[in-house]
Design a protein around this ligand. Sequence first.
Ligand code: PLP
Length: 389
Amino acid sequence: MKHDFDHTPNRRNPNHKNKWTWYPNDVLPMWVADMDFPSPKPILSALRRAIDNGVLGYELPSKALYETVSARMDRLYGWKVKPEAVVAVTGIVSGFSVAARTFCTPKKGVLIQTPVYNEFHAVKNNLGIPQIDAPFVKSVDGNILHYEIDWDLFARQTKKAGMFLLCNPHNPLGILFSRKDLLRMAEICIKNDVLIVSDEIHSELLLDDNQFTPMAKLSPEIAKHTVTLIAPSKTFNVPGLFCGFAIIPNKELREQYAKTVEHLRLHVSSMGLFAAHTAFGGQCDGWLRDLRRYLTANRDFLVDYVTEYMPDVRTTVPAATYLGWLDFTSAGIKGSPFEFFMKEAKVALSDGKIFGREGEDHVRINFGTTRKLLEQGLERMRKALKRIQ
Ligand SMILES: Cc1ncc(COP(=O)(O)O)c(C=O)c1O
């Protein structure tokens, strides 16, 4: 492997507030979804060039940037997106909040599939828009967790929604939805006149040799009803630069959406725009290939470790993302596993509860780190569990 993912810079600057400084220094952070790896060199060089120029003035998304986004969709998926169908946004949470503000009403809420990324749950608090849950059906095979769509429930809940906020690939479950499932979800949404907002932020973080298909690529009819949200942030580890894109082929929807972006004055920072341009230009794709291989091996390490050394714990086998999902319902922990591991193992995970009621007794683990730190975190967890058995 040409790129080195075994060494990471120190982020423990006491004047900074981040994943590594949020908790005391003896806690190993395996929570918030950024990786411990430096961004690829071409992105860092582009940012350095901007700094060396010396003037950090306002920058707007250029025609060349939109063409680059459009060309990437064609290159990756054969999806023909017109550059004018792309709207820059200050990240994906802003992107779906804009959609909710534009297309939902107090009577037509936002449909989500729980457990799901905590910010999906914040739409209701932020905007007073009702949240409609369609929880997955969970099953267990040995110690491996599976989640499937409850189609009757999904169809029933869709009737109350103005927008379906899809998470594909799914955080925290690591699901990569099949074409068949995507088509079926889309068909139900279109029948009920529900807009699809497809959060595809993790779409390039594929494990094994998995392939991704954007929801809107499936048919022109689906594209007409879909807002697709993408960003370089997770893939190339630049989430702090806050730059994302909404792809909206339907002109009428796009104009409504863009008007809200404009009213809210959501201006992307110059560094975010420069990073996105380089990231989507293809210069970092070799780095990304190596990253995927490293993350796939980390995923295998996690699953094997849990299976061998924590037999009462259940795990997903994520098909994408760098996020694992562990179920401690039968592991003998009294109270919350998040608090247990924080106190007894000095490992900071994400509390499953923040992803929805179904996340109780679960945690999300971020394996976007070195193999060594992953092993260290798992060792600490195993020892803590052993002490209560
Ligand atoms: C599914 C999903 N959407 C959006 C985000 C965050 O997007 P942003 O930081 O661009 O607002 C995350 C971060 O973890 C995520 O997992």
